[in-house]
Design a protein around this ligand. Structure first.
Ligand code: DAH
Length: 342
């Protein structure tokens, strides 16, 4: 019986090279069951081996391992080959139309207000201004008091302020509070441009409760109204073209003295008169003036040594004029048909 087992193992080993290579999944399964299944040849022989005399076990064990390895090699090779064949078959059966048009991703772009803001910032940084930002939740002090609005000054009524419940704080109504903040922080000489969001309780086709302003100012020794006019003229020529005329008209703002408003010749009709300029030929675009001595003092700057000019403008209005947009709300609705035009 023992000799018989070894003889059978030797025979099996001899037959191994001629085991037919499985051609499909079914034949592969049959081979696996025949040799390795629960009642397959190898498990059966392995159980028989238990009855062998001790000294024959190593030889029988070695033979059995060789048979098992030979069978497993065939099974592994066949498994791999069948898998590769299946992938190739799937590829061959697939049709990929390389002439189909691709799906184009939609590109993002700068919002027109951002574009105008960036353009303005670029013009002024080119003239040596540094960019500063202040908080949108501002104190009554910086928004009004430091800008020479006394507590009961009627000019405060010009600003439709959103007050916060704690009385002393509000949503800034303009970017001018960056003036005293930057003065305190840096001291003179100083040229600052402060873009940002501002808030006023006001809403119609040309007013939005949230809008954008750019504030600018220069402080140095012997700064004059001439410096203000030259700076603003250069700015307007860069923004709207060198043919645009500018003029300053006297006006009042508590934080400047003298105060002025700057008009540009109508960029729609070139000054001939049209609906946009209400037939005057001029458009008002910004407020400006010489910084009031009281404001310099609030910023710890001595008005006997230093002087400065300041100006402030609304971005929406500049953008509406530049692009011929007549309803401010279009800027905030984010309708792609509108935004794609810029
Ligand atoms: N802060 C003013 C406003 O919101 C705009 C302004 C006017 C700013 C005159 C200035 C200025 O710096 O000199 O209407």
């Amino acid at each position: 019986m023992a000799a018989d087992l070894i003889a059978r193992l030797l025979e099996l080993k001899g037959q191994a090279p001629s085991i037919p290579f499985p051609g499909d999944e079914r034949e592969l399964d049959a081979l696996r069951v025949k040799y390795l299944g629960k009642s397959g040849i190898i498990p059966l022989l392995s159980r028989e081996m238990a009855g062998l005399p001790k000294e024959q076990k190593p030889e029988a064990g070695k033979l059995l391992q060789e048979v098992r390895a030979a069978v497993e090699t065939i099974i592994n090779n066949a498994t791999h080959k069948l898998k590769v064949e299946k992938i190739q078959k799937d590829i061959d059966g697939e049709f990929f139309d390389i002439t189909l048009p691709g799906a184009e991703p939609s590109f993002g772009a700068r919002h027109p207000l951002t574009a105008v803001m960036d353009e303005i910032a670029g013009i002024f940084t080119g003239m040596g201004f540094q960019i500063e930002e202040g908080p949108e939740v501002e104190s009554d002090y910086y928004n009004f008091e430091a800008l020479n609005f006394p507590p009961d000054h009627p000019a405060r009524d010009m600003q439709d302020t959103f007050h916060l419940p704690d009385v002393k704080r509000l949503l800034r109504t303009h970017t001018s509070p960056v003036q005293p903040r930057a003065m305190e922080r840096y001291g003179p000489p100083l040229s600052v441009l402060a873009p940002g969001k501002v808030y006023r309780c006001d809403s119609d086709v040309t007013h939005s409760p949230v809008f954008h302003q750019v504030e600018g100012f220069t402080i140095d020794r012997k700064v004059t109204m001439g410096d203000l006019k030259g700076t603003l003229q250069t700015f307007i020529h860069r923004l709207y073209g060198p043919k645009t005329n500018v003029r300053l008209r006297p006006s009042f703002f508590p934080f400047v003295e003298p105060g002025a408003e700057l008009d540009v010749s109508c960029i729609i009709c070139g000054g001939k008169g049209c609906r946009v300029c209400k037939n005057t030929g001029w458009l008002e675009v910004l407020g400006a003036g010489m910084i009031h001595p009281n404001v310099l003092k609030s910023g710890n700057i001595d008005p006997d040594t230093w002087s400065g000019f300041a100006f402030g403008m609304g971005i929406e209005r500049l953008a509406m004029l530049k692009y011929g947009v007549d309803d401010i709300r279009l800027f905030y609705e984010n309708d792609m048909r509108f935004l794609r035009q810029f």
